[in-house]
Design a protein around this ligand. Structure first.
Ligand code: MN
Length: 387
């Protein structure tokens, strides 16, 4: 069988690195053709040497020059910035793995889908801010999105092409993050180190903070609405501290189908790359249910985790609100990671951004980007004065 050609956006991030681990184990089936990274040149050079892609992209022209002088390989084409991301996402590949973080992933997703590609999709923010636009592109150009987010990979397997009329609700599970058992006051004063200590998953920084506020689950509600064509009232969040049941689907006849497995992103990555085939797992990641013994479920505490409530509100209201929620959250998380605001300020910033927003109904990419930009400016002004 012909090898499938894979391009990875965000190759030096958490998803990118783990995708390359999976691809290293399946070199007979896949060939890496493009890698797009930001500024981690050292790791990118290692990846290029191991996987020998034809196209590489980095954050800016300066880094591109640096990479060129290190690699000294004229057969590798080097690109940079937005143009580079767009090139890699529409290059002669069969699968684009979108492991970018935040709204940065929007334009490359549009570019990949406009070229009818299969996108293995870990960039939930793109669906949150531009879900309708992405669905239009899927219809028009016959590309496809295969989820790579663990919960959505679970739901994808539970739905298993069953018609959407059969779905009563989706049960989206959340570990509850590091602050599940903490008091509200203690959560508000949490430090960066505490927030970055996720109990069950190893992930990038932004998503780990989102998991601590439960905003990650909020974004995933909206992601699920677009991926599986359900409305907000059909998505319930269950806290499940063991992170073994990755999500479930309840059907109209009362049957619930759940997906279980180890808490390692290599599982959903492998699923997404091979779908609809399945492949023997080359890693020791089998899930020992007898060792785990107990699976627990609880209702989320919206008092302690108001970001989840905010996301539900936004999922219900629609219009331009999801764009505002996402942009305000990206800025707030960035400020928290730079230790400029407290953990409790994150929700306050998002709430203020939402309250002072005049909703519109953006349809085009330009209109979406305009709301995103306007929100970022407004949030920066808000945070420069007192939070
Ligand atoms: Mn997830």
């Amino acid at each position: 069988m012909k090898k499938k050609r894979v391009a990875i956006l965000g190759s030096t991030g958490s998803i990118g690195k783990q995708t390359l681990d999976v691809l290293s184990a399946f070199k007979d089936d896949f060939e890496v053709i493009g890698l797009a990274a930001g500024s981690n040149i050292q790791l990118l050079v290692e990846q290029v040497k191991e996987h020998n892609p034809r196209f590489v992209s980095v954050k800016d022209a300066f880094l591109a020059q640096e990479l060129k002088s290190i690699l000294k390989n004229p057969s590798i084409e080097i690109f940079w910035n937005d143009v580079g991301l767009e090139f890699i996402s529409s290059c002669s590949c069969d699968i684009v793995v979108n492991g970018l973080v935040g709204s940065l992933g929007l334009k490359p997703t549009i570019s990949a889908l406009s070229h009818g590609k299969r996108v293995a999709f870990a960039n939930k923010e793109t669906l949150v801010i531009a879900g309708n636009l992405i669905k239009d592109l899927l219809r028009k150009h016959h590309g496809e999105i295969i989820p790579l987010d663990s919960e959505h990979v679970a739901i994808h397997q539970c739905v298993n092409n069953s018609s959407k009329e059969n779905i009563k609700r989706i049960i989206l599970t959340a570990s509850g993050g590091p602050f599940r058992t903490w008091s509200k006051d203690k959560i508000h004063a949490a430090t960066k180190e505490q927030a970055l200590k996720h109990p069950t998953w190893v992930m990038g920084q932004k998503i780990t903070i989102d998991s601590a506020t439960l905003m990650n689950k909020g974004l995933e509600i909206i992601e699920a609405m677009y991926l599986f064509d359900v409305n907000h009232s059909q998505v319930d969040v269950f806290i499940h501290p063991q992170s073994i049941m990755h999500s479930a689907v309840e059907f109209i006849d009362g049957n619930i189908i759940a997906q279980l497995g180890a808490t390692d992103m290599k599982l959903p990555i492998q699923y997404s790359l091979y779908y609809p085939e399945r492949k023997q797992l080359p890693f020791n990641l089998f899930c020992d249910l007898l060792a785990i013994q107990k699976l627990e479920f609880e209702k989320p505490d919206y008092e302690k985790f108001p970001c989840l409530r905010l996301a539900y509100d936004v999922a219900r209201k629609g219009k331009s609100y999801p764009i505002v929620l996402n942009a305000a959250n990206e800025i707030a998380v960035d400020l928290f990671l730079k230790e400029k605001i407290s953990f409790g300020d994150i929700e306050k910033i998002i709430l203020k951004a939402m309250d002072s927003h005049n909703a519109t109904e953006p349809e085009s990419l330009d209109e979406i980007l305009e709301v995103d930009k306007e929100t970022r400016q407004r949030v920066s002004e808000l945070t420069n004065s007192a939070v």
